[in-house]
Design a protein around this ligand. Structure first.
Ligand SMILES: [Zn+2]
Length: 321
């Protein structure tokens, strides 16, 4: 099979996923992108997005965490505002939690969302001028050069056809318009250390696992100019360290993450054995938390956090052949 990102024909296995067989992660020998194998088709992957994945009313976590999420969405909108002051913006895979869209709206943006699921929250927002298309992103119908900004916030890695998605986003952007990508960084310290136990691997929902270099190459080939990269994320990376450490210790995969989700959004039910493991997780939290804070600051200094944000502009010249 040739690589869907670069067309290269050789690959090798990086690691198997011991807690979710038969999945494994391969790496393209030409461009370096890592790939989830087997890749599931649309019907098969939908089993991995049950209603509990989104929670109720788009809210996934216990109240305290959800307040922090709210704050982080406001900061996300403000960061975007820094590089593109206003205009028309599309959030691809916007989800049912609408804090980010509302923050953009409050900052003066004309806001468009795209989702596969028609969340009830969208109805009320449509009354306030928000616009949604409920379908696969590649099937969306927006005229050429509609947007001043297109955002994929931890979404691009969930799409099976990356190159087509980037190309489509480019077509929708006006020349000079901004593409914003936030995604896990496979060459981060936490990814390399944790291997198959890395929190951000999210098998099988993530089809591809990019490094900054693989994503930069792809964007440049597709007619973008990268003007800013953030190498870490407060909202993502600290927790990813904590959870990856527990995962690698042999505790049930993503148990703390499951505990922090509200009762409508649990990934799996809590058995007596898991309650015992939960007590171990909580008793080790001061030590694991401290280690994670230290590692998080090492990431900041080394500019290699678990996730990256890439801000790019559409150039006047088209994609390279
Ligand atoms: Zn490749």
């Amino acid at each position: 099979m040739s690589c869907a990102i670069c067309g290269g024909s050789e690959s090798g296995t990086l690691f198997d996923i011991p807690y979710l067989r038969p999945f494994r992660v391969d790496r393209c020998s030409t461009c370096g992108v890592a790939v989830t194998v087997p890749a599931l088709d649309v019907k098969e992957i939908s089993r991995y997005y049950p209603s509990t994945y989104y929670g109720k009313g788009g809210r996934k976590f216990i109240r305290l965490i959800e307040s922090l999420v709210h704050l982080s969405r406001l900061r996300r909108a403000q960061r975007i505002q820094r590089y593109a002051p206003q205009g028309r913006i599309l959030d691809v895979g916007c989800g049912g939690r609408t804090y980010f869209l509302e923050s953009l709206h409050d900052l003066g943006w004309e806001v468009y969302g795209n989702e596969l699921t028609d969340f009830p929250e969208f109805k009320e927002l449509e009354g306030r001028g928000f616009r949604f298309q409920i379908r696969d992103f590649l099937a969306c119908e927006y005229p050429e050069k509609t947007f001043d900004a297109v955002v994929f916030w931890h979404v691009l890695e969930h799409l099976p056809r990356t190159v087509e998605a980037v190309r489509k986003a480019r077509g929708m952007l006006r020349t000079g318009g901004m593409l914003v990508l936030a995604l896990p960084n496979r060459s981060s310290l936490q990814a390399l250390w944790a291997g198959p136990h890395w929190f951000h691997l999210d098998i099988p929902r993530h089809y591809y696992h990019f490094t900054l270099e693989t994503m930069k190459d792809l964007l440049i080939r597709q007619g973008f100019e990268i003007f800013y990269v953030s190498h870490f994320s407060f909202e993502q990376d600290l927790f990813a360290w904590i959870q990856s450490i527990y995962n690698k210790m042999g505790i049930r995969h993503n148990l703390l993450y499951n505990l922090l989700r509200n009762r409508h959004a649990r990934i799996y039910a809590m058995s007596p054995a898991l309650i015992l493991q939960s007590l171990i997780v909580l008793s080790l939290l001061p030590a694991v938390g401290l280690a994670s804070v230290i590692l998080f600051f090492v990431d900041i200094v080394r500019r290699r956090g678990g996730s990256m944000e890439i801000y790019a502009r559409k150039t006047a010249h088209g994609p390279n052949p």
